[in-house]
Design a protein around this ligand. Structure first.
Ligand SMILES: [Zn+2]
Length: 78
């Protein structure tokens, strides 16, 4: 995805999911959110909306290529 595609994809996701992190539920302005792949691209995940979620940098970064939610959300929620 190029920068423009990412921007429009983010706007699309924000409309469906709200402008917040899918994992930790923090509300952030769109430009601070990243596009996270539920199934990482390196594991065959697609760029379709079903596989994409908005995530804050910390969550996206801590997930890396994992198939599982970032560990930090368990610490935040407990
Ligand atoms: Zn988050």
């Amino acid at each position: 995805m190029n920068a423009r595609q990412k921007r429009s994809k983010k706007a699309e996701l924000a409309k469906e999911q709200g402008s917040c992190c899918w994992w930790c539920r923090c509300h952030l302005p769109l430009h601070k959110l990243t596009i996270d792949h539920l199934k990482p691209k390196s594991k065959g995940g697609s760029n379709s909306s079903e596989n994409l979620r908005l995530a804050c940098f910390e969550c996206n970064n801590s997930r890396g290529n994992s198939l599982y939610p970032p560990e930090r959300i368990y610490k935040i929620r407990s």
